[in-house]
Every structure is written in C-alpha cells, then in structure tokens.
Write a protein that binds this ligand. Structure first.
Ligand SMILES: *Cc1c(COP(=O)(O)O)cnc(C)c1O
Length: 427
C-alpha cells in the first residue's frame, strides 16, 4: 500500500481510505458481529472459502485498518493487531513453534518477554536458549539446534538499551533457515524498519510510542512476506501441512505470502482470543497520526538530558546510544541514523539506595511502570519490572542494580532538566 509516500504521510493517510460520502476519520466498528443474507454466505467464511467479517474475535475492520497502517509504516506484506505486546510476541513465536521446538533469543529482551520465553513457553514444551547479542557469530552459532525454529531480539532492548546488530542476526537466522523476529517497539518504524535490513517478522508493543499517550495496551505483528516457509516444509508443519480445524487447508498453499498472518488470525486468534477492542484501535490510530512528530522530539529531548546527566558530578554513568561515547553509538549510527529512542538509563554515585531516594524527590517526572509516552517518567527496574530476576540474571539482562530507567517525554526539555537538577541537589 502506497510505498511511494514518505513515512510522515503514511502516519496520517495509510489504513482507512474513505470513498465518496464516507467519514473522513477512521470509523469505530463497535460491533461483535456482522450480518449475512444466507446461511451459505456465512458457511463459506467459516471454510475460509470467502473473505469477510463475521466475528470481532477473528477480525474487525477498525482493527484491520490500523494494522494496515502499521504494516505500511514497516514496509511489510501483512499485519494484525493484538490486545497487548505480550500477546503479539507470544503469537509471533507460537505461530511457528510447537512442543519440542526451540527458540534462540537475545538475553537483553524486555522482562515480560524474558518471562514468557523462560517460564511460560517452557511449560508448553518450547525450549529457549538466551544469547548475549554482542557475542561473535561463532559464539552465537553454538546456540542453534536442529529443532530451532526462530530467532528473537529487540532493535533497542528495553531497558538495557543494547542496539542490535540486525544484519549479524539476519545472517545467523537465515544460515539456519529460520526467520528473525524483531520487537521494534523502542525504535518504531520512524527510526528503524528492520525489514529493510532483512528481518522477517516485526512485533510491537503499540502501548509505547505508537499509542504515545499511555491510553491503551496493545500489540501488533507484521510479516515481511519474505520468508519461504515452503523451503523446509518439515520445519514449519503448522504452515505447510493440513489444518484439521479448517477441513485440511494448507496455509502456504492457500495464502502464499500471506500464510503466516492468516494462520495467526484464523487459528491462533480464533483459539486464544487476544483481540484488541476497536475503541482502543481507534485511539491507537490517533496516536499513529503524530508518531513522526513525537519520535524525533523524544530523541532530541533524551539526547539533551543524557548530555546534562553525563556532566553532573553526582551521576556515575549514563547509557544512551545517541551519545558518542556510548558502546552502541556506531551500531545506532548504522541502523538508527535519525535517532534511537526517548529512553535512557543512568546510575548515581552511591549506588542502588541513592538511585531510589533520588526518584522519590522528583516532582514533574513521575514514577510509573510505563515507558515511551508523552510524559517523562522513571522506573527502577531492579525494584519494579525486573524484581523477579536474580542478580545474575539482572546482569545478563543488562540491568545493573542501580539502573534508573528514564523515559524522556515531549515536555519542554528545560523543565525536565530543572526537575532532575532539583532532585539531584537533594541527595
Ligand atoms: C512493553 C513491551 C512489551 C510488552 O508489551 P505490553 O503491551 O505491555 O504487553 C514487549 N516488548 C517491549 C520491547 C516492550 O517495551
């Protein structure tokens, strides 16, 4: 869809395209169900012989139109919305892995994703090997097994802020004839489009920058359409062998490049039901309309705050890939030349306790679990999101015990810095 338009135009115009006399703004199809005239018409839908809406758990026009916009922003082939980022990552993997299969995943992924793969998916019989994303290809190769079905990583890891060497991961995944799934939540398609570097599937927690205002939890999966599931059909039987729940259709034969998203929709969404409310998708779409304006401002403010903190005598360290001295600056210049994200992390001299008391002194900047919305906020992962991890796992996840995650919003940066300054003066 409209690959010729620039990304700013796609943020506003992609998805809903009204014709004569239709509403200018994306309508909310607040309906669980859809009407048909004959029983046969409805039957054809259940057999996947015809396409059309019949029940919102499977598909809803508002949800689909917003998915189409995100698909267009990523330069993908097909996409779907889910009720959360967690659901998106679970479906993205479970769509091609079953009991007895194995996944290779970066150890620095978001804590929720780490738990999902390390605890819950193991209970389903899906094994996962976590790898240090900075390891050499030789080292990373050792993680692969004959039953490996996918590689998973984040463009910019939350909250470790590790920038992924996407091409290194693409090469490794493809060498083993499995897809690379990238969670692109922090970068957003404004700053990085992983398909342009060869990734196969992209996921998002739309809860973050895409929504942008901390209104709705949501997720999205986008397929590039480029991975050839049929090349090793025995590796991906869910896509290449008959589905008994649809009279034996074979997704790759029936849907071609659309096999992956169609299966996730008509099978996983049908059976597991993590569907977003059309009302939430409408709000997500409003957020997407300004994504291209907000993301650069988040990055500009974050870089200014990072430079301020770097020069403060009470600050022990700052991590932000936009800083020239950062370990990931070169990778960020390659994959995210227009900016990384609005999230940075830092530690204070005196360690964990000082970091915590500093946070309590903030006035404008709030302590919330959220990141990546318009309002500046902080979190102490070791006491909050990552509190279930052992100290060893914390280090592996790239989360130092004194790490403060600061999500820089789009307020006036001088006001943000003034608040940090008064809190630093108090400790
Ligand atoms: C927040 C987040 C998730 C989980 O998304 P929810 O919408 O909270 O379910 C997954 N991945 C990343 C990178 C995140 O930041």
């Amino acid at each position: 869809m409209s690959k010729d338009y620039s990304i700013e135009t796609k943020c506003i115009q992609s998805g809903w395209k009204p014709s004569k006399g239709e509403p200018r703004v994306l309508p909310i199809f607040q309906s669980t169900t859809f009407k048909y005239d004959t029983s046969d018409q409805m039957g054809a839908l259940f057999d996947l012989e015809d396409t059309g809406y019949f029940y919102t758990r499977l598909q809803n026009p508002t949800n689909d139109l917003v998915a189409a916009k995100i698909t267009d922003l990523e330069g993908g082939f097909a996409g779907m919305l889910t009720s959360s980022g967690q659901a998106a990552n679970f479906y993205a993997v479970f769509n091609i892995c079953e009991a007895g299969d194995h996944l290779v995943c970066s150890s620095t992924v978001y804590g929720g994703t780490f738990n999902l793969f390390d605890v819950t998916m193991r209970k389903l019989g899906i094994d996962c090997t976590f790898v240090n994303p900075d390891s050499s290809p030789e080292e990373l190769r050792k993680a692969f097994k004959p039953n490996t079905k996918a590689v998973f990583a984040e463009t910019i890891a939350n909250p470790a802020l590790v920038v992924l060497d996407i091409e290194k991961f693409v090469d490794l995944a493809h060498e083993h004839e499995v897809p690379l799934i990238i969670d692109n939540t922090f970068a957003t398609p404004i700053n990085c489009r992983p398909f342009e570097w060869g990734a196969d599937i992209v996921t998002h927690s739309t809860t973050k920058y895409m929504d942008g205002h901390a209104m709705c939890v949501g997720g999205c999966i986008v397929d590039s359409g480029n991975f050839d599931w049929g090349k090793n059909p025995e590796k991906f039987p869910g896509l290449t062998s008959p589905d008994d729940s649809y009279h034996g259709i074979i997704y790759t034969e029936k849907f071609g490049k659309g096999a992956y998203i169609n299966k996730a929709t008509v099978q996983l969404m049908r059976d597991l039901g993590s569907v977003p409310s059309p009302q939430n998708s409408f709000l997500l779409n409003v957020g997407l309309e300004t994504l291209h304006l907000r993301v650069p401002r988040h990055c500009e403010n974050a870089l200014n705050v990072a430079k301020y903190l770097k020069n403060h005598e009470k600050v022990a360290w700052v991590k932000y890939a936009g800083l020239q001295e950062d370990q990931y600056y070169a990778l960020a210049q390659k994959y995210l030349p227009n900016g990384t994200c609005g999230v940075l992390s830092f530690g204070l001299k005196g360690g964990r306790e000082v970091s915590v008391s500093f946070m309590d002194k903030l006035k404008l900047v709030a302590i919330v679990t959220h990141v990546a919305d318009a309002r500046t906020c902080v979190l102490h992962p070791a006491s909050h999101t990552h509190r279930q991890l052992t100290d060893e796992q914390l280090v592996e996840a790239g989360v130092a015990p004194d790490l403060i995650r600061l999500s820089v919003g789009i307020e006036n940066v001088n006001d943000i810095i003034a608040d940090l300054e008064q809190a630093l003066a108090e400790i």
